[in-house]
Design a protein around this ligand. Structure first.
Ligand code: PMP
Length: 415
């Protein structure tokens, strides 16, 4: 297969970093991995960093006296610095390692929301929230006696910011919005949402699970109060993610989990908390994963996030163009590829998304089918499920052609 290069990245070179891409699947088809919105593949460099940790300095952190613990502690702490740098945070105090984006949402909802929200307060979400934010805030608001409102999605798949201006009021305590939609691909106006929240003395939480992997993100420029993302969607390992929080806000918040590592002093009468970010990292953390997360961040920095973004847009534009050739393909989300991340959700007339994904699988093409953890948005779109192709640094336009060819097969089978 000849590789189509975008002008942004040397994809052929990058593919060498990911041996999994040489796999054959099904009946001997080359793997075409277009499920990056769910999880990305892991370059050798990251696997090697994790392996080196286990082979040479595996030990518990929290500054044990012996040498291995010292080395592991330094690597674990410096991983916070690397991630902080990557998203423009002020320092490690503002980066809490969590299990994933979902846990970051829960941390803030439980720690801040359950303590601070009450009757009369409002949480403003969007209709395109992932369940990780949607369900979390819905449930915590209910427990706290607060109300939830939703910023509508327009027919073009963008947020209705005029409606948002009316929905966010002095009763709003939190605006929680997805930065890049994992279903529509929409890139939401993060700074505008932050300004709107701040004009009413509310906080803003941005779900960056699809944004941080695919474009330069600067939490300070956005003026986010909280910002969450997962390593496994950005060339890193599973089991670790990050919550960015402004230091002064995290300082004021109650711990989320109690136990070892997060304390300063424990007595029979009272306990005091450790410094940030350790106050929010109870128990033995994901040390190997943190080492892998830092390596992934450095890998992406070496490629350059502007280039990653251009490549994503290039692939999205190509996929949108190719799909527009067919009347029986319905694409969801904004038409303009520069308004969206590198993913396309679609349906093929007369073929259920699950059947389509099964047929593309026979061609070696991994796509996702279902509601992508956005059931309320699917209700709004009037469909139970969509198919989704999502791209990363190693994908090519040729691979999108393989997907389109597989869809031809689906047409024939279901005609
Ligand atoms: N938000 C968005 C926009 C996502 O795409 C995802 C993953 N599908 C999540 C949150 C949840 O991420 P995780 O499963 O890593 O917690």
């Amino acid at each position: 297969m000849g590789l189509q290069q975008s002008d942004a990245l040397d994809v052929e070179r990058i593919r060498e970093d990911f041996p999994i891409l040489e796999r054959e699947v099904g009946d001997g088809r080359p793997l075409v991995y277009l499920d990056n919105g769910a999880t990305t593949q892991t370059p050798d460099r990251v696997v090697d960093a994790i392996s080196e940790y286990y082979r040479t300095y595996n030990a518990n952190v929290h500054r044990g006296i012996h040498q291995l613990s010292q080395e592991a502690s330094i690597a674990y702490e410096e991983a916070h610095d690397a991630v902080a740098d990557f998203v423009g945070a002020d320092g490690r105090e503002e980066i809490v390692f969590t299990k994933n984006t979902t846990e970051a949402e829960n941390l803030v909802a439980y720690s801040w929301g359950l303590n601070e929200l009450g009757p009369g307060d409002e949480v403003v979400l969007t209709e395109m929230e992932h369940h990780s934010s949607f369900v979390t805030w819905q449930q915590i608001a209910e427990r706290a006696g607060a109300d939830v409102k939703y910023i509508p999605v327009t027919d073009e798949g963008t947020l209705d910011m005029d409606a948002a201006a009316d929905l966010v009021t002095d009763d709003t305590a939190m605006v929680s919005a997805v930065h890049v939609s994992n279903t529509l691909g929409t890139v939401n106006p993060a700074r505008e949402l932050a300004d709107l929240a701040h004009d009413h003395d509310a906080y803003v939480f941005l779900d960056g699970a699809q944004a941080v992997p695919t474009r330069p993100v600067d939490v300070a420029a956005i003026d986010a109060d909280f910002y969450a993302f997962s390593a496994h969607k950005m060339a890193g390992p599973t089991g670790i993610g990050a919550l960015y929080g402004k230091e002064e806000i995290l300082e004021e918040m109650e711990p989320y989990l109690y136990g070892g590592g997060m304390i300063r002093k424990v007595s029979f009468d009272e306990t005091t908390w450790n410094d940030l970010p350790w106050k929010f990292e109870a128990g033995t953390p994901s040390i190997a994963q943190a080492v892998g997360f830092a390596e992934a961040v450095e890998y992406l920095e070496d490629i350059g996030m502007e280039s990653v973004k251009r490549h994503e847009e290039h692939l999205a534009a190509y996929a949108l163009d190719r799909m527009a050739e067919f009347d029986d393909i319905e694409v969801y989300g904004p038409d303009d590829p520069t308004d969206r991340g590198g993913l396309v959700s679609f349906n093929l007339d007369g073929v259920h998304a699950h059947d389509l994904a099964s047929i593309t699988n026979d061609h070696g093409v991994a796509i996702r089918a279902g509601d992508h953890c956005t059931q309320p948005l699917h209700d709004k779109l009037g469909v139970a499920a969509t198919a989704r192709a999502s791209f990363y640094v190693y994908n090519t336009t040729d691979e999108i052609d393989v997907l389109l060819d597989a869809m031809d097969d689906a047409r024939e089978l279901f005609a």
